[in-house]
Design a protein around this ligand. Structure first.
Ligand code: URA
Length: 238
């Protein structure tokens, strides 16, 4: 790929801006200053900009503790999105959320720039488990637990079986094996309860880290990455 294009992809600026950086002699490739923006660079090349080594990895995976009030979308003209909480490089590398959480839902949101991994994790055949803590507006009952376990007819679709574990009179842990629009809220509505707070605690093998404050994110560690590829039966790209 051309050096200027590569630096755009890595969010160093517009095509014009990165061309200016290169022409000013501020960019090295493999230890050599390069002044030609059109020079080809291979993926493994070591690049520095203004003396600092550039993280050139194309595939990135992130975990976010999503705050309430933020849309799960790539961009929106009026409202803040989860992408607005990340440095621009993740957008230019198409590191996108896998699935979505409602605006008022908090907790674990996973992002990846590996399109195939994203696709497989969302595939209805894979049944990736998601666990949520839900706080509702009325006392939960054993009958609710049974209704969740049986699967429910929500009118436009019938849910698979789900686990509801009572944590408190109005708090439950729900595990679903699919991910339809507003699914958890609709399941509670079907048993006559309104969800007041919904927080995702896990997504497949990923757990919401206790040391990740609301509204913050980090890159996944090696073990977390491996567990996700294993979950979908994919080789991790090199
Ligand atoms: N189910 C919902 O109803 N909302 C979410 O955000 C996620 C699952």
């Amino acid at each position: 790929m051309r050096l200027d294009r590569r630096l755009c992809e890595l969010a160093f600026g517009t095509r014009k801006e990165v061309q200016a950086l290169i022409r000013q002699g501020l960019v090295t490739v493999g230890g050599q200053t390069v002044r030609d923006p059109g020079q080809h660079t291979d993926d493994a090349a070591v690049i520095t900009v203004k003396g600092t080594a550039v993280d050139t990895r194309r595939i990135r995976h992130l975990i976010m503790n999503k705050p309430a009030g933020v849309l799960t979308a790539a961009r929106d003209a009026r409202q803040q999105t989860v992408m607005d909480l990340l440095p621009p490089v993740y957008g230019t590398l198409s590191c996108m959320p896998v699935g979505r959480l409602d605006r008022d839902t908090t907790g674990l949101l996973f992002f990846t720039s590996d399109g195939e991994l994203n696709h497989r994790l969302l595939s209805p055949q894979r049944h990736v488990d998601k666990t949520y803590r839900a706080q509702v507006d009325a006392d939960l009952t054993q009958e609710d637990v049974e209704r969740f376990a049986q699967g429910m007819d929500l009118g436009d679709f019938v849910t698979e079986t789900a686990e509801l574990v009572l944590e408190g009179p109005r708090t439950g842990l729900v595990t679903i094996h699919e991910g339809k629009f507003h699914q958890v809220k609709r399941m509670f509505e079907a048993v006559g309860k309104q969800v007041l707070l919904l927080d995702r605690l896990s997504f497949g093998p990923l757990k919401l880290p206790k040391d990740l404050p609301r509204g913050t994110w980090r890159e996944l560690n090696r073990e977390e990455i491996q567990s996700l590829y294993r979950q979908v039966g994919m080789e991790e790209p090199v």
